[in-house]
Design a protein around this ligand. Structure first.
Ligand code: ZN
Length: 696
């Protein structure tokens, strides 16, 4: 039922009906708040309010299941008379449909009772589909007792939003249609009272197993001449009998049917929920709630403009002191401040487009340590966040213009952060806090953060001190997110720095068990065109000897050969981007066989490369069964976040909810955690996702 998709949204009441015409005005009077006939009833207001609390503000249709007896016919006539008169008064009343079985007047035989039960099931099944995304209310108010009890069974089988009854207080009301056109007095109105028997009755999984019940297989016509049968009743009875073994069968069927492997525990989910996951598209709100990981995220690119300002401000005390002590620096600072006040975009752009100016020229000229000149420049924008955003991103503020700009232009967008700004303990600590807060907002539970500590030593810190600061900060926030490090060696930079990064990892993991847990891998990043993986093998051997795991940026904008080399020369466990893998089918199959993970970063990939023409390989990789993971690369520079990346991925490849869960599982599997920790994380994720899916 639940996967029934329709733009239709109707609130429908289905009721059984016998020989008492008043039942129908009672239902209408208590469920439609424009028809005030029972408004003097003591519980009228609270009943209407309950319906409203369940998003039932009006009733569109009333389906009335009736028989053919003399009494029923008279009752229908009376109701029609009332209906006509009330409608003439201009009251809006739900469309009323009388539905019945041909030739059945009295439910006197066993066969007739079964046929009526079958019919009630057929009508409720039809109503469940016909309401679309609206609400279904089932009423036990009228008809014979067997009909009410069948209605109740139907309610618990197909599910409904409200199951209710209208009872009388001992003496049934006796009123003719003419007397019921205005509000009843208090005494009369209190002769009946509505009772909600149950709200939100779940649809039984048996409606789906072994196959979904559809009203097209058990049809009804909206008249009183339907043909009697017992097919649906027989089917439901047999399903109930088989229910003992159903859980096992369903599990077996699901686990053999599913093309993809989700968390194993999720196979225990109600099949209705699983079917929903299999067909529904996710939205951001849903994705946000899910626990997530990010395996490809650069510390130097995490800050958005707000974050850049916040981190710069962490250096305020030192900046104030420098300004007090150094009049030249103060003069320079006032000039910048003036540019910002006057919004002199040309001058400001000139400054940030000259990468060395704030990082090297000014620090040397005034003898002020990094990152104070850069941070003081940023602080001038404290109350002008939008201006700084405009100066840094310009036309790329428009997502559709921020496409295919090439790696160099992309990297320049990060000049005000990374190795520019993270040159002090204050900056690093604040950036760590900002990151943790971001993780919290997006339910990011595990993050492998990449960074190049040697690049952050221009302000006097040592590389191992930097790792230690980060370790301490992240250790404090373990209950929010588990953050580990991947140290980066850059291909295009100074060879010495590459070497220092290799040594840093080598020394730290040998020195201290805590760092062995904290630093989970090594990454080779930077311009792929500058050095091939093969040329780095020699330098990376010491780490290979220690069995350090590798993720290599490869095949982002260079041919697939680079990916081949990363796998065959450097034994990469994961590949960053791997977009050109699509060029080599054999290697692609190798990836699948060897479980090599691919870290896709959709926004960044679209921003750097040309993927406007639907040629992004995500869908192909997914269908080929490759272990792909979704990541942010540089959330700040890419103006994105992990929720957005999953949402973007889902839009690009038309992924369903279950496929999103598969991607999340992939990324837990692809972490560089040791086996026991990975298993623990997998179980944590499974439990959280299970709770989210069953509480929806
Ligand atoms: Zn990257």
């Amino acid at each position: 039922m639940a996967e029934y998709k329709s733009k239709i949204k109707k609130n429908i009441i289905v009721t059984t009906f016998g020989g008492t015409w008043l039942i129908l005005p009672e239902i209408i009077g208590f469920c439609c708040d424009n028809v005030k006939i029972f408004s003097e009833n003591n519980i009228y207001n609270s009943f209407i309010q309950t319906l409203k609390n369940n998003n039932i503000n009006s009733i569109d249709e009333l389906w009335i299941i009736c028989t053919h007896g003399e009494q029923s016919n008279q009752a229908i006539e009376k109701f029609n008379l009332w209906f006509k008169k009330v409608s003439e008064k201009g009251e809006k009343i739900p469309e009323c449909k009388f539905i019945g079985l041909k030739d059945i007047s009295d439910l006197t035989t066993d066969d007739e009772c079964k046929q009526m039960a079958d019919f009630i099931f057929r009508v409720v099944l039809k109503a469940y589909e016909a309401k679309g995304s609206g609400k279904l209310l089932l009423s036990l108010a009228g008809g014979r007792k067997t009909m009410s009890s069948d209605m109740q069974r139907a309610a618990f089988f197909f599910g409904c939003d409200i199951l209710f009854h209208i009872a009388d207080s001992g003496t049934p009301l006796k009123i003719e249609p003419d007397q019921l056109l205005e509000k009843l007095n208090k005494d009369l109105a209190n002769a009946v009272f509505p009772v909600i028997i149950q709200k939100k009755i779940q649809t039984s999984p048996l409606t789906e197993i072994p196959k979904k019940l559809l009203s097209s297989d058990f049809q009804i016509k909206f008249n009183r001449e339907n043909t009697a049968s017992t097919y649906l009743l027989d089917e439901i009875n047999s399903r109930l009998i088989n229910a003992q073994s159903i859980s096992f069968n369903a599990y077996r069927q699901r686990t053999s049917d599913f093309k993809i492997s989700i968390f194993h525990g999720l196979h225990q989910l109600n099949p209705i929920i699983l079917n929903q996951l299999n067909t529904e598209k996710p939205n951001k709100e849903w994705i946000n709630k899910l626990p997530k990981t990010d395996l490809h995220c650069h510390f130097g690119g995490i800050l958005d403009i707000k974050g850049i300002i916040k981190v710069a401000k962490a250096n305020k005390n030192r900046i104030s002191r420098a300004l007090e002590q150094n009049s030249q620096f103060l003069q320079w600072y006032n000039m910048i401040h003036n540019f910002v006040e006057k919004e002199n975009i040309d001058e400001l752009k000139k400054i940030i487009h000259n990468k060395n100016y704030l990082r090297k020229e000014i620090p040397e000229k005034f003898n002020i340590p990094c990152p104070l000149p850069l941070a003081s420049f940023i602080i001038c924008f404290e109350d002008k966040t939008d201006l700084l955003d405009k100066i840094v991103f310009g036309e790329y503020q428009d997502t559709y213009k921020y496409r295919n700009i090439g790696i160099e232009s992309y990297e320049r967008l990060g000049d005000l952060q990374g190795s520019g700004l993270l040159q002090s303990k204050e900056s690093i600590v604040e950036a760590c806090h900002y990151l943790v807060e971001y993780c919290k907002q997006h339910n990011l539970k595990y993050l492998e953060l990449r960074c190049s500590p040697v690049n952050y030593t221009m302000g006097g810190l040592k590389e191992d001190e930097i790792v230690s600061i980060m370790y301490d900060e992240f250790e404090k926030c373990k209950n929010i997110v588990d953050i580990r490090l991947i140290i980066i060696g850059s291909r295009h930079g100074d060879e010495n720095i590459f070497k220092k990064h290799v040594e840093l990892v080598h020394n730290l993991i040998k020195k201290d068990e805590k760092y062995k847990n904290f630093i989970v891998g090594f990454d080779v990043a930077g311009n792929e065109a500058k050095k091939s993986p093969k040329e780095l093998r020699e330098q990376l051997l010491p780490l290979m000897k220690e069995c350090v795991r590798f993720t290599i940026h490869a095949g982002e904008n260079q041919p697939v050969d680079n990916i081949w080399e990363a796998v065959y020369e450097l034994n990469a466990d994961r590949i960053g981007h791997g977009l050109t893998l699509i060029e080599n089918e054999d290697l692609l199959f190798r990836f699948r066989d060897k479980n090599i993970f691919i870290e896709l970063c959709p926004s960044s990939n679209y921003q750097i490369c040309d993927y406007e023409n639907n040629n992004y390989p995500l869908k192909k990789y997914f269908d080929e069964g490759l272990k792909i993971t979704i990541n942010t690369d540089n959330p700040g520079i890419s103006r994105t976040d992990i929720t957005n990346e999953y949402d973007f991925a889902s839009n690009i490849a038309g992924l369903t909810k279950i496929e999103i869960i598969q991607l999340i599982r992939n990324s837990v599997q692809g972490t560089f955690l040791p086996k026991n920790e990975k298993k623990k994380l997998m179980l944590q994720f499974e439990e959280k996702i299970y709770k989210i899916l069953t509480n929806e």
